[in-house]
Design a protein around this ligand. Structure first.
Ligand code: MG
Length: 314
């Protein structure tokens, strides 16, 4: 039986429940807004020399645009574009940016069995330098000489060794493509040949796309791939198809267009992002090149705005 006292008590409980529900909605909303912050990375190469005119100020501008992670470029002799790596990290942290990756190439482009040691020494020093500033990935962005399937195999041996060195230092080694990785090579070949008519209608036995050779012959436990989606398209291939085929190998992306993201008709970023989320890819980096007008900072801001507005970017 509901007397007055119980009635008031129940109303109070209902009200209290309502208040609690309201509070918890607010708490949920706060959590949602934290989660709603998109995690967008930037490859610092996109800013060229503009970044170094005022590095601490430039990093703050990057952060204010909505970027939260960085991939460095310009590693040489333990420095990033002549800036001490620890100093760079401190400035990035002060700006609210986390450095998670770095692009670097060994000093030689032609790999031979006699310079493997020199290349390994480069990676040992680089791994030590990068481990000290807490970077997760060391990514090679430059294609070594690959004129034949034999050279592709040799390059994969060197990549596997770089991967072992990285892993021993708690890092992950990866490879970043341009377009020529989608050229084909043949056993005993003298050059890589680009295009779907490479080597004619009857391709010689053992003909392989260089990128496929890299995927096939590198150790999945030692080497990951950072797929540059624009250069994949320029290489006459579909980045989504590669992501579907190699979900465990392609772990990072370069989100790039001909210039500012989304302005050309070449890139289907909605399909690319949808597949990236399906594959569980955590990190990607915006890269800007070939800006026809304006400053690099303006272009990089436009790229961030595009991703912040895009409904398909989480
Ligand atoms: Mg790239």
């Amino acid at each position: 039986m509901q007397n007055r006292r119980n009635f008031i008590k129940n109303v109070s409980l209902i009200s209290l429940g309502g208040i609690l529900a309201g509070k918890s909605d607010l708490a949920n909303a706060a959590t949602l807004s934290v989660h709603a912050k998109k995690k967008i990375g930037l490859q610092t190469y996109s800013l060229g020399n503009e970044l170094y005119e005022d590095l601490p100020g430039g990093l703050k501008r990057i952060s204010q645009m909505g970027y939260s992670t960085l991939e460095l470029a310009g590693y040489r002799d333990g420095k990033i574009n002549n800036v001490e790596m620890r100093e760079f990290r401190k400035m990035a942290e002060d700006a609210g940016l986390k450095i998670i990756s770095s692009h670097l190439n060994p000093p030689v482009r032609e790999y031979t069995s006699s310079n493997k040691g020199e290349i390994a020494d480069f990676w040992k020093k680089a791994a030590d330098d990068h481990a000290q500033i807490g970077v997760s990935y060391m990514i090679q962005p430059g294609l070594p000489s690959t004129r034949s399937t034999e050279e592709v195999s040799l390059v994969c041996d060197v990549f596997n060794e770089a991967g072992r060195i990285a892993k021993a230092n708690g890092l992950i080694f990866g490879y970043h493509n341009h377009d020529m990785e989608f050229a084909r090579v043949i056993p005993g070949g003298k050059e890589m040949v680009f295009g779907r008519r490479a080597f004619g209608r009857n391709m010689p036995e053992g003909t392989e796309v260089i990128y496929d050779g890299f995927l096939r012959q590198t150790d999945a436990k030692l080497v990951i791939f950072e797929l540059d989606v624009y250069w994949c398209v320029m290489g006459q291939n579909d980045p989504v198809e590669y992501m579907r085929k190699y979900p465990d190998r392609i772990r990072l992306l370069h989100i790039k267009d001909r210039a500012v993201l989304g302005q050309s008709g070449m890139m289907n970023f909605e399909n690319i992002f949808t597949q990236a989320y399906e594959n569980g890819i955590q990190d990607y980096f915006v890269e800007l090149e070939g800006l026809p007008s304006g400053t690099q900072f303006e272009g990089v801001k436009k790229c961030a705005d595009y991703l912040l507005k895009a409904p398909f970017v989480k």
